[in-house]
Ligand binder design. Structure first.
Ligand SMILES: Nc1ncnc2c1ncn2[C@@H]1O[C@H](COP(=O)(O)OP(=O)(O)OP(=O)(O)O)[C@@H](O)[C@H]1O
Ligand SMILES: [Mg+2]
Length: 375
């Protein structure tokens, strides 16, 4: 044995000696081998002792005498440590149990008649086959599981990247609308007003004032569009102000009144966590306005030690959620599924509870450190 192999083997042996399952296999083997040595290898006579009650089984007697059912039955008990060893310790465990039983039983088997020990030796190969099947199946399952986990991580990273790119693009468009388009429109409005004042012809003056009004109302529309794309309040004043702004906007519409309660202080958090929380509340409030027919709703924000919990609930008509939220996507309903994808892609959790007639409750938990985990 080369020194490097010895260096690897000795710690492996020490690890094995500390493994409770290894000792489990040893105890099982010792028990079976003890019974094996002590077993009186006499065939059962179905007409004597307890078996006399089962004399109708006497048709089996030739089998017992010629194929030695008790022996083979007992032999099959050796499968227990072999299967247990291979399940708990891998193929080495199974082979260890098999070798020990083989080593112990071969002298007895060889002392028997030819026909019997060939059958017995052939039967002893069954455990090897069993171990091979068990190990092969387990490896296949493990590789499938690893592939699945990897694919799932890639999918989540991809969604988080998409969300990040979408938010960057929204912010760029909102900024451009604010800094360029709205400024230019403001200049046009001022110019129209100046022209209206300088004009002596009243028709011309009114025309210029009309242009000014149209420009101002277009500016209002653009400001709203820009805010919805990416509210500057979120970037400038943080998540709580952003959520309060959403709630105020919702209350400005007719119908449902939304309350908000905030517990704890907002700590430093990644912008991805912040924008995810904001978009969840935004979509939940949109859904309340659109579908719930509720009279009241509540947004609760709870800043925990390393996570942020948000709950949005309403007392509206509720609905029967499908078993998998993905079913909504088939019907081109993207809001709820989008929320879940956003939240889980950054390591958060989401739960939705709704019953017809009993309102709807959405609960999310988002880690402050949320970031895109590129696999
Ligand atoms: N608060 C709620 N009260 C009652 N029903 C709701 C509520 N929230 C969601 N739903 C139901 O769940 C469905 C899915 O909502 P989701 O937000 O995914 O889609 P949507 O609002 O219909 O469309 P989108 O959000 O894509 O514009 C809705 O069509 C509605 O039937
Ligand atoms: Mg929706």
């Amino acid at each position: 044995m080369s020194s490097s192999r010895a260096a690897r083997t000795i710690p492996a042996l020490k690890r094995t000696a500390k493994n409770a399952h290894f000792w489990g296999v040893v105890v099982l083997l010792a028990l079976l081998l003890f019974i094996y040595q002590a077993w009186p290898w006499v065939p059962i006579h179905f007409r004597s002792g307890i078996w006399s009650a089962f004399s109708w089984l006497s048709v089996l007697e030739p089998l017992v005498l010629h194929v030695e059912i008790p022996f083979h039955f007992f032999g099959s008990l050796f499968l227990i440590p072999v299967v247990y060893g291979s399940l708990m310790l891998g193929w080495q465990g199974g082979m260890f149990a098999w070798f020990v039983s083989l080593f112990w039983s071969i002298p007895t088997l060889l002392s028997w008649s030819n026909g019997v020990h060939w059958i017995s030796l052939a039967l002893l190969l069954i455990p090897v086959l069993l171990v091979a099947i068990l190990i092969g199946e387990r490896r296949w399952r493990e590789s499938e599981r690893t592939h699945f986990v990897e694919r799932e991580q890639e999918r989540k990273a991809y969604i988080a990247k998409l969300v990040e790119a979408e938010e960057t693009e929204r912010r760029r468009i909102a900024q451009e609308l604010h800094d360029e388009t709205l400024q230019t429109l403001m200049v046009i409005a001022n110019k129209s007003e100046a022209l209206a004042r300088a004009e002596t012809d009243s028709t011309q003056a009114q025309g210029n004032l009309w242009v000014k009004q149209q420009v101002l109302s277009t500016m209002d529309d653009l400001r709203r569009l820009s805010m919805n794309l990416r509210p500057s309040i979120l970037d400038n004043f943080g998540l709580v102000s952003g959520i309060r702004w959403l709630v105020n906007n919702s209350n400005a519409q007719d119908g449902c009144h939304v309350d908000i309660s905030v517990h704890g202080e907002a700590p430093e958090m990644s912008s991805l966590a912040e924008v995810t929380a904001f978009r969840v509340v935004q979509e939940a409030l949109n859904n309340i306005q659109k579908h719930s027919e509720a009279a009241g709703a509540e947004v609760t924000v709870d800043f925990d030690t390393d996570r942020l919990h948000i709950q949005v609930s309403d007392d509206g008509v509720g609905f029967e959620p499908p078993e998998r939220l993905g079913a909504f996507v088939v019907e081109s309903k993207l809001g709820v599924m989008g929320m879940e994808q956003r939240v889980t892609s950054i390591g958060g959790e989401m739960r939705l509870e709704s019953y017809p007639g009993s309102g709807t409750r959405i609960w999310v938990s988002i880690p402050y450190e949320a970031s895109v985990q590129v696999v």
